[in-house]
Write a protein that binds this ligand. Structure first.
Ligand SMILES: [Ca+2]
Ligand SMILES: [Ca+2]
Length: 187
C-alpha cells in the first residue's frame, strides 16, 4: 500500500493543473522592472520605472511608477507582464493609485504579442484617485491561451503608481487536504 500512496503522490505533484499558484507575483522589490516585462513609451520620453519610496509603495519599498515631467501629451505608457499560460479561475490583479488628483488608465489583454496593437481586448477603463485600489479581472475566458496583460497610463494630473501585480491564483489548500484524505484512507 505504501507503493500505491507514493504513486498517488507522484501523480498529484506531476499534474500541473492541480498546483494553483501565481505565474506573476511582482512587488518590484528587486529595484527594477524585471527584464521579462515589456515597456512601451508613448507621449514624452518618461517611461514606467521602479520607484523607491516606502511611503507610496503598496507593500515594501518599491513600486512601478510613471510620471509626466517634460511635455504636454505625455502618457499612453504601457506596463506589460511576461507571457502567462492561463488556467481556469486565474486572475489578473494589481493595486494602483495616482500620485495626487486622478489618473486615467486602461487594462488590456493580448493573446499574440507585446506590441500595442496586439492588445485587442480591453478589460477595463478606469479613473483612479490617490488611494490604492485593488483591481481584479477573471481570466477564465482565456484559459489555455498564452496571454500578456497590460496597464496603460493616460496622463491626467501627474503620475500613476502600481504595486503587487499578480497573474494566476493563490496556492490552493486543496492539494494538502486531498493528500491528507488519501493518507487517512490508505493508512
Ligand atoms: Ca512593492
Ligand atoms: Ca512616455
Amino acid at each position: 500500500m505504501k507503493g500505491f500512496v507514493l504513486l498517488l503522490a507522484i501523480v498529484l505533484v506531476s499534474a500541473p493543473m492541480a498546483l494553483a499558484d501565481w505565474s506573476v507575483d511582482e512587488g518590484f522589490e528587486g529595484g527594477g522592472i524585471p527584464a521579462s516585462w515589456t515597456i512601451i513609451s508613448g507621449g514624452d520620453t518618461d517611461d514606467w520605472f521602479a520607484y523607491n519610496n516606502s511611503g507610496y509603495a503598496h507593500t515594501g519599498d518599491w513600486m512601478a511608477a510613471v510620471a509626466y515631467y517634460s511635455s504636454a501629451g505625455a502618457g499612453n505608457d504601457w506596463l506589460i507582464t511576461p507571457q502567462v499560460t492561463v488556467s481556469p479561475a486565474d486572475m489578473f490583479e494589481f493595486y494602483a493609485r495616482s500620485w495626487y488628483g486622478t489618473e486615467d488608465f486602461e487594462v488590456r489583454l493580448s493573446t499574440t504579442g507585446t506590441a500595442a496593437g496586439d492588445f485587442t481586448v480591453e478589460l477595463d477603463a478606469v479613473t483612479v484617485g490617490s488611494s490604492y485600489v485593488k483591481y481584479q479581472y477573471d481570466l477564465t475566458p482565456y484559459a489555455g491561451e498564452n496571454c500578456y496583460l497590460a496597464i496603460v497610463w493616460f496622463n491626467n494630473d501627474y503620475a500613476m503608481l502600481v504595486d503587487d501585480v499578480r497573474v494566476g491564483q493563490e496556492p490552493s489548500p486543496v492539494e494538502s487536504a486531498t493528500w491528507t484524505a488519501i493518507k487517512a484512507t490508505y493508512r
